[in-house]
Design a protein around this ligand. Structure first.
Ligand SMILES: Cc1cc2nc3c(=O)[nH]c(=O)nc-3n(C[C@H](O)[C@H](O)[C@H](O)COP(=O)(O)OP(=O)(O)OC[C@H]3O[C@@H](n4cnc5c(N)ncnc54)[C@H](O)[C@@H]3O)c2cc1C
Length: 480
């Protein structure tokens, strides 16, 4: 029996599709990739399966492993690194149907959810309880829990509660061979840390049990404008150490194309200014003290503390960092982790890059600890101008190279950033290779990603070729 027929008999016709139209919808993620790059890969899945139970996942992986067919797990495809896009066709696992809240232990603050649950649904679910999410991504309205575990796990709340891995009690995973197993702190053979951030290459996360954070009696948002970037960064770094907000964000702009865009986001001097905003949770005295410290530090450094209602507005808008897209049409981005004491330098570098390429840029920065920030620049480009867009996309390489040189790293690898894994995290990559050989002997899961970018011919794309190509594109960009 053919693979398709076997899948249909195992799962039922309604869960399996080979329609060209549907497969095309699964051949890309959030980031538009020009055709002249994408031809290197076979990004069109042969079969799409829309799964609803862990047993479905087990059945598909067992079969794919037997036939040695590539499998690509996919949530909502908001991670723009090509992780959810096939490179050699194969089976596409749409996991959004695993969207149930499995159990909630209100006494202990433990929540078990399936991997396809969207973060915003959990936030809504917890609203009338005495518990909150400790950490969630700024893409919470659409991104899935399993994928956040697969990609990095840093977001809002990380400054106070760390990454997702520090807030997981156990996970039910399905290995590429189709075995289902539970991994917790005492599993022994593998740690949660080894699996989280594995970008869908080592296992499929089926269910996750999260340790929730108790709702605190007092909360407050804060917001300040600064005319000088350096002062904003200094205040934010001090705040992160002295007051430890639940979340702390800095936003800066580099508008090079249209002067009229300055001020659009409330800044008079958008070229060199920045805003910082965030959210405190705690006991009433504690939160008031933190707000007083924030006010004093801001005024001391020439900033302007904005009224609480404006701060509330900014915090409530935190899920829409892509607002700049309305000036679009296309946003180019790549996240990097940067030491917080090098942040000013990094922002100035990005401004210079944007200036050289004549691109407007908005920079979002989330503190994930006292020492590190998640740095998320949004460059405006235009995918309809293919050559220009290609040259603009070289900016992501320059960004990651600079982050690594500063002691930071790429926040993830997927397909497009896999070239940077060795320079970014050499020892983690070595361990990753061992885990891949152990858990996925037939190399079926997310084939040709993270460790290497493998083309449709099965050959890895050499790093020197990629680096040379990107640098040439960047230089040629001035003439396009
Ligand atoms: C506006 C915006 C804001 C963002 N903010 C953040 C942020 O604050 N923090 C952050 O970390 N990221 C952020 N991201 C990136 C992205 O949204 C997150 O990585 C998110 O967790 C991806 O979820 P998804 O369901 O869209 O995953 P997808 O894009 O579908 O998949 C991402 C990767 O995970 C794998 N995968 C998916 N599901 C599973 C599973 N169940 N088991 C194993 N592997 C799986 C896929 O194969 C792929 O490699 C942001 C993106 C945008 C557009």
């Amino acid at each position: 029996m053919s693979l398709e027929k076997t899948l249909r008999s195992l799962l039922g016709d309604d869960k399996v599709s080979t329609s060209y139209l549907e497969r095309t919808a699964y051949s890309h993620d959030l980031a538009p990739i020009p055709r002249n790059i994408m031809w290197l890969f076979n990004n069109l899945p042969d079969i799409v399966v829309r799964l609803r139970t862990l047993e479905d996942v087990v059945a598909v992986l067992r079969l794919a492993n037997k036939f040695k067919v590539a499998v690509t797990p996919r949530g909502s495809a908001t991670w723009g690194y090509g992780g959810a896009v096939p490179t050699v066709g194969g089976i596409l696992l749409d996991l959004r149907g695993l969207n149930k809240i499995v159990s909630f232990d209100e006494d202990q603050g433990l929540l078990t959810v399936q991997c396809g649950v969207v973060w915003k649904d959990i936030i809504d679910f917890l609203q009338k309880t005495s518990w909150d999410l400790p950490v969630y991504p700024s893409s919470a309205p659409s991104s899935t829990v399993g994928a956040f575990a697969a990609t990095g796990g840093f977001g809002y709340g990380s400054l106070e509660h760390g990454s997702l891995v520090e807030n997981i009690v156990s996970i039910t995973i399905i290995l590429p061979t189709g075995e289902k197993t539970v991994v917790g702190p005492d599993s022994g053979w593998v740690t949660l840390k080894q699996l989280l951030g594995s970008e869908g290459t080592l296992c499929v996360f089926g269910e996750l049990t999260l340790k929730l954070a108790p709702k605190m009696p007092s909360t407050a948002s804060f917001l300040a404008y600064f005319g000088r970037l350096g002062n904003a960064v200094e205040v934010a770094n001090d705040l992160a150490c002295r007051t430890r907000p639940f979340s702390l964000i800095l936003r800066a702009f580099g508008f090079v194309r249209g002067q009229e865009r300055k001020g659009l986001f409330g800044l008079e001097d958008a070229e060199s200014g920045a805003i910082i905003y965030g959210y405190y949770t705690g006991m009433p005295g504690e939160v008031n003290e933190s707000l007083n410290t924030f006010d004093e530090m801001t005024v001391d450094k020439g900033g302007v503390v904005r009224p609480r209602e404006e701060a509330d507005f900014e915090w409530n808008e935190r899920f829409y960092p892509l607002r700049i897209k309305k000036l679009g049409p296309t946003v180019l981005t790549s996240d990097v982790v940067v030491p917080s004491n090098r942040l000013s330098e990094m922002i100035q570098y990005v401004w210079q890059l944007a200036h050289d390429a004549s691109m407007d840029v908005e920079i979002e920065t989330i503190w994930t600890s006292q020492d590190e920030v998640l740095f998320f620049p949004l460059f405006l480009s235009d995918e309809r101008r293919t050559l220009k867009y290609l040259s603009h996309s070289a900016i992501t390489k320059k960004l990651i190279d600079r982050a690594i040189a500063m002691g930071g790293r790429s926040y993830g690898y997927g397909l497009w950033n896999s070239f940077h894994f060795t320079a970014s995290e050499p020892s983690r990559r070595k361990e990753f290779i061992k885990m891949k050989e152990l858990l996925d002997p037939n190399g079926i899961l997310n084939r040709g990603k993270t460790l290497t970018a493998r083309t449709r011919l099965g050959l890895p794309l050499p790093k020197v070729l990629y680096a040379g190509f990107m640098e040439t594109l960047w230089l040629l960009g001035r003439w396009f």
